[in-house]
Design a protein around this ligand. Sequence first.
Ligand SMILES: NC(=O)c1ccc[n+]([C@@H]2O[C@H](COP(=O)([O-])OP(=O)(O)OC[C@H]3O[C@@H](n4cnc5c(N)ncnc54)[C@H](OP(=O)(O)O)[C@@H]3O)[C@@H](O)[C@H]2O)c1
Length: 332
Amino acid sequence: MTSTKRVVVTGATGLIGAKLCAQLIAKGYSVVVFSRDLQKARHTVPGAAEYVAWSPAETGDWAKAIDGAYGVVNLAGASLFGKRWSAEYKREIIASREVGTRGLVNAMAAAQQKPELLVNMSAVGFYGPHGAELLDESAPAGNDFLANVCKVWEREAARAEQLGVRTVIFRSGVVLSAAEHAGLPINLSKMSLDRPGLVLDTEAGAFPLLLLPFYFFTGGPVLPGTQYLSWIHVDDTVGLLIKALEDPQARGPLNATAPDPQTNKAIAATIGNVMGRPSWLPVPGFAMHLLLGEMADMITTGQRVLPKKAQELGYQFKYAQSEQAIRQLLRK
Ligand SMILES: NC(=O)c1ccc[n+]([C@@H]2O[C@H](COP(=O)([O-])OP(=O)(O)OC[C@H]3O[C@@H](n4cnc5c(N)ncnc54)[C@H](OP(=O)(O)O)[C@@H]3O)[C@@H](O)[C@H]2O)c1
C-alpha cells in the first residue's frame, strides 16, 4: 500500500511507538512525531516527515500540526516500569496521560479540518484485578490505581468521538518485546541508594520483569500463580494499531491482547521450558512488593482478557500462542 496520509504519533520514541512509526513509514504514511526530546526522536524514529516539539499541555504551538492530519495515535505517558510508584510519580503517571490527551482533543476541536480518527492507548488494567472469568470489551471498569489511570485517559479520549472523530480506545495487554541486547535485564548504571530497588531495562517493557528470576535460576510463578497475564507480542500490538487506523469499522474500546491469556504459573512454566531453566521456585508476592513497590501489583494481580472485537474485525494474530511468542522473543 502507498499513502501520503499524515499521522501524528505521540510517545513515538517508546517501545511501541518506534516500531509502529517504522512500519507506518514503510507503508508510505507521512509520520509526524510529537516528542519532548527532538534529538532523541530523530535518532529513535528516523525517516519521519516532521518532528514537532510537544509535551502534555492544554494547548501549544504543536496544535497546528493536528489540523488536516488523517489520524492521531496517542501513546505518550510516564512509564509504568522501571521507577517506584511514589505518590508524586503516580500523579505524573496520571497527569501525563490526562493533560496530554486533553490537549490533543482540544487541538482537534479547534482544527479547520479535523483528523478522521484518534487511536488512544489504554490498558487491560482498565478492568482492575480479576480471577479466571473471561473479560471482553463490555466488562466494567475496576477501581484500583491502574484502572483509575485508564478511566481518566479514556474519558479524555472519548471527547474526540463527540467531535465526530472515529475514536479507538486501545486496551493493551502486557506487551512482550525483546530487549535489543541479550543478558540480564537490569540497568546497573541506574541503580543507586537514593533509588532503592531494582532498576529494570525499561526499553523492553514488562518482559524483563517476567524473566528476571530465571536469570538467577530461581524462576517460578509469582504467587498466587493463578493470576492471569493478558499478553500480546509487540508485532501484534503494531499490527492491531495499524488495523485500528485503517479499518473504518474499528471504533470504541478494543482489547489488544492475544487470544491465549495464561496464568502466571503457566507462563513461568513456558519460560522455564524455553530457557531450559528451573521454573518451580515460587516467588512470594511480598518479595516482589519489596523489590518493586506498588508496581508489583502488575505482576501479582491480573485479568483474563479476550480480544473479542479484534477477532470480529478479522485481525489475524501473528503470535496467538504464548509459547510461540516467548520462543520468538528469546530466539529459541
Ligand atoms: N508496554 C506495555 O506493556 C503497555 C501495556 C499497556 C499500555 N501501555 C501504554 O502504551 C503506551 C506506550 O507504551 P510503551 O511501552 O511504548 O511506553 P514507553 O516505552 O514508556 O514510551 C512512552 C513514550 O511516552 C513519552 N513519555 C514518557 N514520559 C512522559 C511524560 N511524563 N509525559 C509525556 N510523555 C511522556 C516518551 O516519549 P518522548 O520522550 O518522545 O516524549 C516515551 O517514549 C504507554 O502510555 C503505556 O502506558 C503499554
